[in-house]
Design a protein around this ligand. Structure first.
Ligand SMILES: *[C@@H]1O[C@H](CO)[C@@H](O)[C@H](O)[C@H]1NC(C)=O
Ligand SMILES: *[C@@H]1O[C@H](CO)[C@@H](O)[C@H](O)[C@H]1NC(C)=O
Ligand SMILES: *[C@@H]1O[C@H](CO)[C@@H](O)[C@H](O)[C@H]1NC(C)=O
Ligand SMILES: *[C@@H]1O[C@H](CO)[C@@H](O)[C@H](O)[C@H]1NC(C)=O
Ligand SMILES: *[C@@H]1O[C@H](CO)[C@@H](O)[C@H](O)[C@H]1NC(C)=O
Ligand SMILES: *[C@@H]1O[C@H](CO)[C@@H](O)[C@H](O)[C@H]1NC(C)=O
Length: 935
């Protein structure tokens, strides 16, 4: 599990560094204060009062737009104010007008100011201010005062990164002299790769606000509202802001269609629309008269082609069109962008070959087309680009040899080309590029690693990945080749047979790895040399044939956080089963081994515990309740754990996403422990011996998507209260002792807005269902998810690509689904004692795929509305008391592949549709048919 993430997370990290090199910083003018004895006394008093309004405190970390800590050097500028000089115009950060002695500029950025911004701050009496910079202080989540509008002469206002919270006062738009406005980066937590940013600032009535902004701030040149929660469309009025030079709107929750005319503003030099995943848009036809230097659209819903006219952006230095839906070919006109130093097109649907014109981009430093569908050979035009430092080609469909003269790229630091179909040998000239720090050629069809030993020439190499199942080596790779790589931090040889036998205690093995990925390397014993890898952070030894016990020295590797031992033949743990002091293991994957006895958890604050498909016995360890942080995934399924589910799990459940205890021997009732389970999305406790009732606190699981309690002894009525769970998609109560009605006779509102799969079969439910029973089951009635393709339930929430499976009846057989398609829908009420009519409202469930009402006591006719269920694939009405004729219209249901109406009291004839004619006789037997017509 770690191995597969390695190259993507590593490339994210590296890419960030590369991008940082090109990020264009704001030009904030610094006015030097030169003239002495100017200070106007009232101005001095206002400043001194301002000084007292804030405490001075060293700020915490500030973060950039990639979530990395920023290098902000702070010192308390106001501390020296008034100490030696009375001339306030001389004070640090203060600029006065030479004639009038009025303060016109105040730069208190990075000044350790701490505390709430007073709504009546004396700042607002410095009415001559034209330039105000308060960036990177900490105003402790206080609101932006509306009185900023008093500073009518303000041309520059920078409140970036100052922990302001609340809405941006609309009064600020009265400042119509504004030239530069920066309200970015007020964040409560750093942006992370997986979770959206925690914006503190938002805009009330955004469409009015943005229109007013465009109308009033006619002189605006620079606007940065990155990380302000705008949650709106950008109005087309933005394209009238003809003065605009830079527009930075990273992570603003923008929606709708971005007006492409904004790209055409003649003076616009920099536009950044990153991380607005719901922002749609298309690139315009670019004209020649434009000034764009930076164009960045990352993680958006922009689509369409990259227009040939992009070649008109002659000033362009950095072009980022990544993680969006761009398609088509890379236009050859890109070669005309002679100033381009960074090109990033990764994560789109681009096809075709890389045009050879990119050989003209002599300034190019970084070339990134990762994760597209590009074909053809290695783009050899790149070899002419002498400034090139990084090449990202991974995850495309490139073929052919790696160019023998790749050694020409004498400045190359990063070469990522994994996940393609490159063949042949690694060219020996690669080993001559001494600047190389990172190489990922994994998952290709490279032949034997000829000249592999020369890799030790690369004295700056830090990360090397060659792992591939498709590689053919004549003999195992001797890991001792890496013995002298003191600087090598990461190595992945996953899929390649390796030998560690040459690494002996007297060998000179001095590499000190942080990341070591040896998955599927034909290893049979735990390699001893790892004992000395004291810097090891992430170790993947999965999919080998390692037998015996996990050595106890592994736990004394104090940096080890991420350990994957899954898919081996390990049977136990060496040494005592006590938590190890100093161990920091957060991710432990022991799945699919032969472990017996009690499970061992080296560190209580484990966040991912994956231990399914072993033979663990004993009780669920209570240490899971005692961590400093809550676990995220607990998967102990397919073992032999017994005893009860520890109630104390509830004290440490706030981050738990997935609880999978399926197929063990757990007994007792499910503890009422879900009060704080706000993140919990999957609960699977099926196939145990649990009894009692379903806990009431399940209703607190507002994120719950799947609840599976199948095959236990739960003795309860139907959990109507769960219909309040807005995200519940799968509810499986199959084979328990549930009883009572499936319908609240008091007529209370009942319906599952998101429910797609419900299986209550083999219980003791009885009673009738009213004819409008299904009217609120909206997820099965409408097809909002249809166009999203093959999505799986839980996909969004498992950064580790980890899913739980589910077994469902379909077409008369039980079927295990590894992952549940979000488009899959099923209703299984079979094997109960439900009587009365089949509700007519069943006809509303247009997206229903599987319907099983068999083995009940349904009476009356088959509702003709069933003919509306055009998605239906499997229909089981057998063993009821249904009478009358099968509605002939059902013969039109072309997806219906499996039908069983046997053992009812049906009469008349069987519909003529081919689907009906194709069924086995047994599907119809046990009915008093009047017309017995079979093919
Ligand atoms: C700002 O202050 C609050 C409250 O003390 C604190 O939680 C937060 O981390 C601080 N932020 C920064 C960037 O220093
Ligand atoms: C942080 O910035 C200071 C001054 O600009 C510089 O001297 C220092 O090297 C920087 N540190 C890092 C880690 O970039
Ligand atoms: C590289 O440049 C040389 C001379 O500048 C030229 O002849 C050659 O065609 C170029 N190669 C590629 C692949 O663009
Ligand atoms: C171990 O090293 C010796 C001497 O360098 C070499 O001949 C042999 O092939 C190596 N063994 C393996 C398994 O690589
Ligand atoms: C590990 O290091 C110790 C001392 O640092 C040394 O004695 C031992 O031989 C090393 N073991 C291996 C397998 O290299
Ligand atoms: C795997 O190891 C076994 C014995 O250790 C060896 O016989 C076999 O050839 C190896 N397989 C490969 C593909 O190297």
């Amino acid at each position: 599990m770690t191995g597969s993430n390695y190259s993507s997370s590593m490339s994210f990290f590296l890419r960030t560094i590369v991008l940082l090199l090109f990020s264009i910083s704001n030009f904030v003018s610094n006015f030097a204060s030169l003239t002495p004895d100017l200070c106007h006394p009232d101005q001095r008093d206002f400043l001194l009062e301002l000084k007292t309004e804030f405490k001075i405190r060293k700020p915490g970390e500030f973060y950039d737009r990639y979530g990395y800590p920023m290098n902000v050097t702070s010192y308390p500028k106001t501390e020296s104010w008034g100490n030696s000089s009375t001339d306030c115009c001389n004070w640090d950060g203060v600029t006065c007008d030479i004639k009038s002695g009025k303060v016109i500029g105040l730069d208190l950025s990075c000044s350790c100011l701490f505390g709430p911004f007073q709504p009546n701050s004396s700042l607002f009496r410095l009415k001559h201010l034209t330039s105000l910079n308060l960036a990177y202080n900490n105003f402790t989540l206080s609101p932006i005062p509306a009185k900023f509008s008093n500073l009518m002469l303000l041309e520059t206002l920078n409140l970036s990164g100052s922990s302001l919270k609340g809405h941006i006062p609309i009064e600020i738009l009265q400042l119509n002299n504004m030239v530069s406005l920066d309200l970015s980066f007020s964040l409560s937590a750093p942006p992370s790769y997986y979770s959206p940013p925690q914006s503190l600032l938002f805009i009330e009535n955004p469409s009015l606000f943005l229109r007013l902004l465009a109308q009033n701030l006619r002189n605006l040149r620079d606007l940065d509202m990155s990380y302000v929660n705008i949650s709106s469309e950008i109005p087309h009025e933005f394209s009238y802001m003809r003065s605009l030079r830079s527009l930075h709107l990273t992570s603003c929750y923008l929606v709708g269609e971005f007006p492409s005319s904004v790209f055409m503003i003649p003076n616009l030099q920099s536009i950044i629309l990153d991380s607005n995943p719901n922002l749609r848009g298309k690139l315009p036809v670019f004209h020649r008269n434009n000034s764009l230097q930076v164009l960045s659209i990352y993680n958006s819903s922009f689509s369409g082609i990259i227009p040939e006219s992009i070649g008109n952006l002659k000033q362009l230095v950095s072009l980022t069109l990544s993680v969006s839906n761009f398609s088509g070919r890379i236009p050859s006109s890109l070669g005309e962008l002679s100033n381009l130093s960074s090109l990033s097109l990764y994560g789109n649907h681009l096809t075709g070959e890389v045009p050879s014109t990119i050989g003209n981009l002599k300034q190019l430093i970084s070339f990134d087309v990762e994760s597209n569908q590009l074909t053809g050979n290695f783009p050899s035009a790149l070899l002419n680009l002498t400034k090139l430092q990084s090449i990202f080609l991974s995850l495309n469909q490139f073929t052919g040899f790696l160019p023998p003269n790749i050694g020409q790229l004498s400045k190359l630091e990063i070469l990522f080309a994994s996940g393609n179909s490159f063949t042949g040998a690694v060219p020996s000239s690669l080993y001559l590029i001494s600047s190389l720090t990172d190489i990922d050629l994994g998952d290709n069809q490279l032949s034997d690693l000829v000249g592999f030993r020369n890799i030790s020439l690369l004295s700056n190499l830090q990360y090397l990945s060659l792992g591939s199942k498709r590689i053919k080596v004549s003999s195992p790779v001797d890991l001792n080749v890496f013995s002298s790589f003191k600087q090598l931090l990461g190595l992945s040889l996953s899929g390649i047979p390796i030998s560690t036998s040459n690494i002996t205690s007297d060998s000179d093995f001095s590499s000190n790895f942080e990341y070591l990925y040896l998955s599927g390397c034909n290893i049979t014993e735990f390699p001893e040399f790892i004992r000395n890898q004291t810097n090891l952070y992430s170790l993947d030894m999965s999919k080998n044939s390692i037998k015996g016990q996990v050595p106890d020295w592994l736990w004394s590797l104090q940096e080890l956080v991420d350990l994957d031992l899954s898919h081996n033949s390990l049977t136990g743990f060496d040494g005592s089963l006590k938590a190890v002091p100093g161990s920091k293991i957060l991710t432990l994957d022991l799945r699919s081994n032969a472990f017996q006895g009690e499970i061992f958890i080296p560190y209580t604050s484990i966040t991912y515990l994956l231990a399914s498909s072993n033979n663990f016995t004993g009780e669920i360890p209570l240490s899971l309740c005692r961590g400093q942080v809550s676990p995220i995934i607990i998967d102990l399924s397919n073992n032999n754990f017994h005893g009860s589910i520890p109630r104390c799990l509830g004290t440490n459940i706030s981050s738990l996403v997935d609880l999978n205890l399926r197929n063990n021997s757990l007994s007792g009732s499910i503890p009422d422990m879900f009060m704080h389970a706000y993140e919990l999305r999957w609960i699977d406790v099926s196939h145990n011996r649990l009894d009692g009732k379903l806990p009431l606190s399940l209703t607190s699981c507002s994120a719950l998507e799947v609840l599976n309690v199948e095959s236990n002894k739960i003795n309860d009525t139907f959990p109507f209260q769960l219909s309040s769970l807005q995200k519940l998609q799968v509810l499986v109560l199959r084979s328990n002792k549930f009883h009572g009605m499936l319908y609240q006779s008091d007529g209370a509102w009942f319906g599952f807005p998101q429910l797609k799969i419900i299986d209550v079969s083999h219980n003791d439910f009885f009673g009738t269902l009213p004819s409008d029973y299904f009217i609120n089951w909206t997820a099965i009635s409408s097809n909002e998810d249809k166009d999203t393709g093959a999505n799986y339930i839980g996909d969004d929430n498992h950064p580790y690509g980890y899913y739980t499976s589910i077994v469902l009846m379909n077409k008369g057989v039980s079927m295990e689904m590894e992952r549940i398609l979000t488009v899959y829908t099923a209703i299984d009420f079979s094997g109960n004692r439900i009587h009365g009519k089949v509700p007519e409202s069943i006809g509303l469930l247009k997206e229903l795929h599987v319907l099983n009402l068999s083995r009940n006591a349904f009476t009356g006719h088959i509702p003709p509305s069933l003919a509306n269920l055009t998605a239906l694939e499997s229909l089981d009405l057998s063993q009821n008391k249904l009478s009358g004729e099968i509605p002939p219209k059902l013969g039109d249901l072309s997806s219906l592949a499996w039908i069983n109406v046997s053992h009812n009291q049906l009469q008349g004839s069987i519909p003529q549709g081919t689907q009906f004619q194709r069924q086995n006789c047994s599907s119809y037997e046990g009915n008093p048919w009047t017309v017995w017509s079979f093919p």
